[in-house]
Design a protein around this ligand. Structure first.
Ligand code: MTE
Length: 299
């Protein structure tokens, strides 16, 4: 499993946006000519990121309200500097890690990932960030650790949605340790080469591209290494609908809707539903993590 992810596109392909428009036309042409684009090879990177405007205005961040347009309206209240992440539990070097110190140590790269929400919509996002594994290595994971728990900031004066009990605050998430250490698992600190906007989870948020979007917890303030499967917000809210694993899987429907296809956000005139890919298209990289597991049972 010792590979490092390589984008098939370079930074030059992503910025400036005018360049993207050209590329889009090219892609549209390819689609018209019946050539494979998005639905192609499982590990193929998508060639068509959504625009900055779409990515930063259509959000789920319940700490700022439950509407897709609420986070962009209210997240400016969030103070993100200073920021630190407490890393504790089964680690050799527990403590509060200042965001600026983390940034000074990490190698920031661009990852253009498909992003699939459990609500059956999807985007393509050019993230900037570093592998979670590198952050865990800073703290030194102890041998008995099996899971990683994550927590979002709790600050209702700034996160005005936290005044309402729509979820049991703070938002919490978790991964198995091998999922957390997988080279695809990213701590995102930027989008399109700019600092990640508050509504997308400033100053740092998790991105796990083969899992439904709700696993990708925003504005992380605590990371705890543990030997027990940690509780997760959506599982606590409705365990029948949201499991711990939440791998993107077109063959396991949500109890209230199909997961076989997805609505492409920001596709404009070209928008149509597209088939959902197993593990969101990252099967070749991640399926070994789930060998022998019944993915219907461990949804
Ligand atoms: N993290 C926190 N703290 N609060 C949230 O409400 N929503 C999740 C996830 N992370 C959420 C969160 C859901 S449901 C999705 S689909 C993604 O964030 C959305 O990320 P985006 O707004 O950057 O597209």
């Amino acid at each position: 499993m010792a590979f490092r992810w390589k984008n098939t596109l370079t930074h030059d392909d992503v910025t400036p946006e005018a360049h993207w428009l050209n590329r889009r036309q090219l892609v549209a042409g390819m689609a018209g000519a019946g050539l494979a684009t998005m639905a192609g090879g499982a590990s193929a990177d998508s060639p068509k990121p959504d625009s900055w405007e779409v990515i930063t205005s259509y959000n789920n961040f319940y700490e700022f309200g439950t509407g897709k347009g609420d986070p962009v309206k209210h997240a400016h209240r969030l103070t993100t500097d200073p920021w630190s992440v407490r890393i504790d539990g089964m680690v050799d070097r527990p403590g509060d890690y200042a965001f600026k110190d983390i940034m000074a140590k990490m190698q920031i790269e661009e990852r253009i990932y498909r992003f699939r929400c459990v609500e059956a919509w999807s985007m393509v996002i050019p993230w900037n960030g570093f592998e979670l594994k590198d952050l865990l290595d800073l703290a030194g994971v102890q041998s008995g650790a099996k899971y990683v728990a994550f927590e979002t900031l709790y600050r209702p004066e700034e996160m005005i949605g936290q005044k309402y009990a729509v979820l049991d605050w703070p938002y919490v998430e978790g991964l198995r340790l091998d999922e957390a250490q997988h080279p695809l698992t990213l701590m995102a600190t930027g989008i399109y080469g700019k600092a990640i906007p508050n509504q997308n989870g400033a100053p740092l948020r998790l991105v796990v591209p083969w899992k439904y979007g709700f696993k990708s917890i925003k504005s992380v303030v605590r990371i705890t290494l543990t030997d027990k499967e940690p509780p997760t917000s959506w599982n606590k809210a409705n365990g029948r609908e949201y499991g711990f694993y939440s791998n993107v899987n077109p063959n396991v429907d949500h109890p209230r809707w199909s997961q076989a296809s997805e609505r492409v956000i920001g596709g404009g005139l070209l928008a149509k539903r597209q088939p959902t890919l197993m593990f969101n298209g990252y099967g070749p990289e991640v399926m070994a993590l789930y060998e022998g597991m019944d993915l219907k049972k461990y949804y």
